[in-house]
Design a protein around this ligand. Structure first.
Ligand code: ACO
Length: 427
C-alpha cells in the first residue's frame, strides 16, 4: 500500500496524491490544489494548532492515551527516581545521559554562571514592593539580553552554548531575587557549594545564619518537581520560544516571551486555581456536592483533564508520592485530604470516566508547593526555573533545523476590500 493520500477536489474534479510521512501530510502540498491558475491554492485552517505538527523534535515524547512521558526516550518515572535536575537538563539539551566527566563539566559551568550583574539588583529594586514575582522574572530575563549583547550571535554554536549555561544558571537567581524583593528581604547571593536545588532554597530562605543547609527531603522534593517540569514538547510557552527565536532574536528575549506565555492561568497558573478550589470546598464531606456542580457545568474541576493526556498524567502520580515524603516532614497539608477524596469520587464517576478526565500535573503540585512554604504567586516562577532547560533545548533544535524559517502563519481574511476613506466629519 502506498504511503499517500488521494484527495479529490470536487470543485474541479481533479485528484491529487499527497505523500504521507510520519503520519502527516505537508500543508504546503495542499497549495497545488487550485480552482484555476489565479487561485492562491488550498491552505490548512487550524486555530490553536490543535492538529498541526510545527516541527520535528527529538526532545520529548508524550503518548496521551497511555499516559507516557519520556525525555529523549527515557521514562519520566526513572528520571524522577534516579536522576538529578542538572543531569536531566543535560539529557534534554544534548540527547544523551552524561558521562561522569561530562556531568562534572556541565555542573561546573552552570554553577559558575549563577551570579548576576549587580545592576540587575537595581533593576529589581525598581519594581513596586508588591510586584508579582512572575512579572519581575519575565522583565529581568528580558533585561539579561542587554547585559550579554554577544547573545545575538544565535548562529554561532559557541555563543549558543554560553547563553545556555547562563540562562539555566541565572533564572533561579532572578526567581529568588524576585521573591525576596516581594517579601522586602535582602537578596542572598548564590552559594556555589550547594546543589542546584539546594542553592535555590538558600537564595530564598537564608536569613542570618552564615551557611544555609537545605533539608535533604525538601531539596530532593524540589529536584523531583524540577525534573517533572523540565519539558513538555510543543506547549504554549515552548511554541512562544520557538516563534520568537525564529526571527533570530537573542535567547534571553525569546525566553522572556516563553516565560510570559507561562504566566497565563491556562498554562502555568492552574495549580493556584486548584488551591482556590480546594479552599472553597473546605471539607471532605462537601466534595460530592461540588462534583455535582462541576458535572452540571458550574465551574470546572481544576487540575483535571488535559489537552493531550487522556489518561492519568504520569507527573501527577510522581508528585503524589513526593507529597507523602514532604508531608512526613512538614506535617500534612489539610487540603490533601480534600484532594484525595475529590480524586476518588471523580475517578468513579461516569461523567469523568466517559470524558477521560484524570488528574493532571497541577492537581497535586500546588498542595506540595504550599506545604514547602511557597506563596501562590511563586507557583509559575517555580515552573519557569526548570522549564528554562526545555525552552532552550527547543530553541537550539529550532535554530539548527534547516527546515525551519521565521514562524509566520497564514490567515483567512474576513473583512471587505477597496473601501473609500471617509473623512472623520462625515462618518
Ligand atoms: N471539569 C469538568 N469537566 C471538564 C473538565 C474539568 N476539569 N475538563 C474538561 N471537561 C469536560 C468539558 O466540559 C467537555 O465536556 P462536554 O464534551 O460535555 O462539552 C469535555 O470534558 C472535553 O473538554 P474540553 O474543554 O473540550 O477539553 P480540552 O482538551 O479543550 O481542555 C483543559 C483541556 C483546558 C486542560 C480542560 O480539561 C480544563 O479546563 N481543565 C481544568 C484546568 C486545568 O487543570 N488546567 C491545567 C492543564 S495542565 C497544564 O497546563 C500544565
Amino acid at each position: 500500500m502506498p504511503d499517500t493520500l488521494s484527495v479529490t477536489d470536487n470543485r474541479t474534479g481533479k485528484t491529487y496524491e499527497l505523500p504521507i510521512t510520519d503520519g502527516t501530510v505537508r500543508a504546503m502540498d495542499l497549495r497545488q490544489i487550485k480552482t484555476d491558475a489565479d487561485d492562491f491554492g488550498l491552505m490548512a485552517y487550524d486555530p490553536a494548532f490543535t492538529n498541526t505538527a510545527s516541527c520535528r523534535s527529538a526532545i520529548t515524547y508524550i503518548d496521551g492515551e497511555r499516559g507516557i512521558l519520556e525525555y529523549r526516550g527515557y521514562p519520566i518515572e526513572q528520571l524522577a527516581e534516579q536522576s538529578t535536575y542538572l543531569e536531566t537538563a543535560f539529557l534534554i539539551l544534548y540527547g544523551h545521559l552524561p558521562t561522569q566527566a561530562e556531568l562534572d563539566a556541565w555542573t561546573h559551568n552552570i554553577t559558575y554562571h549563577t551570579f548576576v550583574h549587580e545592576n540587575i539588583k537595581k533593576f529589581l529594586e525598581g519594581f513596586r514592593y508588591d510586584a508579582h514575582p512572575m512579572g519581575m522574572l519575565v522583565g529581568t530575563i528580558g533585561a539579561l539580553s542587554t547585559f550579554y549583547p554577544d547573545a545575538r550571535h544565535v548562529l554561532d554554536e559557541e555563543s549558543r552554548e554560553l547563553q545556555t549555561w547562563r540562562l539555566i544558571a541565572k533564572v533561579p537567581t532572578l526567581a529568588a531575587f524576585a521573591y525576596r524583593h516581594n517579601r522586602g528581604m535582602p537578596f542572598v547571593y548564590p552559594d556555589n557549594d550547594l546543589s542546584f536545588a539546594g542553592n535555590f532554597l538558600s537564595m530564598l530562605w537564608k536569613m542570618s545564619e552564615s551557611k544555609y543547609t537545605p533539608d535533604p527531603v525538601l531539596e530532593r522534593a524540589i529536584q523531583v518537581l524540577f525534573i517533572l517540569h523540565a519539558d513538555h514538547e510543543q506547549n504554549c510557552s515552548a511554541n512562544a520560544m520557538r516563534a520568537v527565536g525564529s526571527s533570530r532574536s537573542d535567547p534571553y528575549s525569546a525566553t522572556a516571551a516563553a516565560a510570559a506565555a507561562l504566566y497565563g492561568p491556562l498554562h502555568g497558573g492552574a495549580n493556584e486555581e486548584v488551591l482556590h478550589m480546594l479552599m472553597e470546598i473546605g471539607h471532605k464531606e462537601r466534595v460530592p456536592e461540588f462534583v455535582k456542580k462541576f458535572k452540571g457545568g458550574e465551574g470546572r474541576l481544576m487540575g483535571f483533564g488535559h489537552r493531550v493526556y487522556k489518561n492519568y498524567d504520569p507527573r501527577a502520580k510522581i508528585i503524589k508520592r513526593t507529597a507523602d515524603e514532604v508531608f512526613d516532614l512538614t506535617g500534612r497539608n489539610p487540603l490533601l485530604d480534600i484532594a484525595l477524596e475529590l480524586e476518588r469520587i471523580a475517578l468513579e464517576d461516569d461523567y469523568f470516566i466517559e470524558r477521560k478526565l484524570y488528574p493532571n500535573v497541577d492537581f497535586y503540585s500546588g498542595i506540595i508547593y504550599q506545604a514547602l512554604g511557597f506563596p501562590m504567586e511563586m507557583f509559575p516562577v517555580l515552573f519557569a526555573i526548570p522549564r528554562t532547560s526545555g525552552w532552550v533545548a527547543q530553541w537550539r533544535e529550532m535554530i539548527t533545523d534547516p527546515e525551519q524559517k521565521i514562524a509566520r502563519p497564514r490567515q483567512i481574511y474576513t473583512d471587505g476590500h477597496k473601501k473609500d476613506y471617509v473623512p472623520i466629519g462625515r462618518r
